[in-house]
Design a binder for this molecule. Sequence first.
Ligand code: ADP
Ligand code: MG
Length: 479
Amino acid sequence: MTITLSQKVGEFASEFAIDGSYVQQGVKHFVDQTAQALSANMERAMPMIPSFVTRIPTGKEKGVQLAVDLGGTNFRVSSVHLNGDHTHKTVASKVAVSDDLMTGTQADFFGFLAQQVKDFLTEHHSEHFSQTEPLRMGVTFSFPVNQVALDKGYLLRWTKGYDIKDAVGKDVVELFQIQLDALDLNVKIVALVNDTVGTLLARAYASKSDDGKHKQTLIGAIFGTGTNGAYSERLKRVPKFTAANYPEVFKRYSPEHIANQTMIINTEWGSYDNDIDVLPNTKWDIDLDENTHNKSFHMFEKRISGMFLGELLRLCLLDLKSEGLLLQSTKLEGNPVWKGFGMDTSVLSFIEAATEAQIETGKGDYEKIIKAMGLAAKDITPEQVAALKPLVTAIGRRSAYLSAIPLAAITLHTHALEKFDVVDIGVDGSVFQFYPKFADMVKEAMGYVEGISVDRIDIGHAEDGSGVGAALAAYPDDS
Ligand code: ADP
Ligand code: MG
């Protein structure tokens, strides 16, 4: 008996299946790992990095600051005018970072970034060049750093597509500042923040409490090229924040003062469960990991984020091809979408968004999908594309259910629902924003967790997280 494409797709999809009890188990493990990671730094645990950001915005902040954002895909420069009433105005420019720069030398890389800042100022703020006051700049840098001050952080390792070897172990603020100074820009980097920290800050600035409810922004989360999150923590609950680890801080403040401070912690939850104690681990997850720069790290991220969902689908489709069920006579060599990591996660979004009936017209949605897949009508029929949908749904749903784990776990770990009427979570990233029903699926999964009342949790897009957030981090702090 020969197996059909639909049957095989069903088999593959079942390997990605995930349910509420799994989420509950993952949350329990995440809470345990959080406590451990706050006690000591361990090579394979979540880094749980103190951000040195101790002030959560109120929405009343005012003034103009510069912000730059290095995400997984683009470099963005912006100037942010905070109006002091939860609103802001931003002027921004964006440029893609080439593969060559992502894997070249640090001097070329940071030199390129500095040149973008110069171009931006020339175009939008030429008045700056006649002023003596330096412009304060916040840098959003979405890679793991060992932060030792608000404006000092040593790169631990690259993630996503980056691999600039001579930057690892260095203070990225210093590397960048050298290049800004070389161009004589009179711009001073005052804050280095992770994009998740910026997302939390931006959401806190924009968020208003209604009907006298006590609402607190607790988490900033990213579901984009990668995934990560930051949350607000009492330093007394961070045993590894010791005088030995942070001598500069303990020279300036008393241990009591420090213990009572609240500081945003950058979890780097992409590294949750690197040892795969509870994470699902299909053959495609294993294959995918083999072809990454950071093998056996960021195992959580590799099941969730935009850089990887397209690749999981691609690997599944290649197996369908070798089983003779798909693309039998299509030559994929040399096709950029079919090289490793060549398939964008938007392919999944497009398939998810279209109904079978729409696809089967062979028009609109079908054409859009096969184009994104780098294929032509002769390679794959509308019926075949429609047949792939259960697999896509399973990969996307697994991603969303896994994404709920850190959000629920941190809400429980901080006892936030006992302290506030409403717990607010700001999220940024294309997967969260554009993957159909992603936010709904995340909330649905959180609903399975004991102790979580989803009706008292607000999850929403943090508008311009990395731009406004970095500007807020660069805001003068008098505390
Ligand atoms: P960054 O993480 O660099 O800040 P984004 O948040 O835009 O950037 O995320 C980019 C990632 O989002 C890419 O990996 C891409 O595959 C994925 N992506 C882009 N468009 C979509 C979409 N429509 N649906 C799902 N994922 C998408
Ligand atoms: Mg981003």
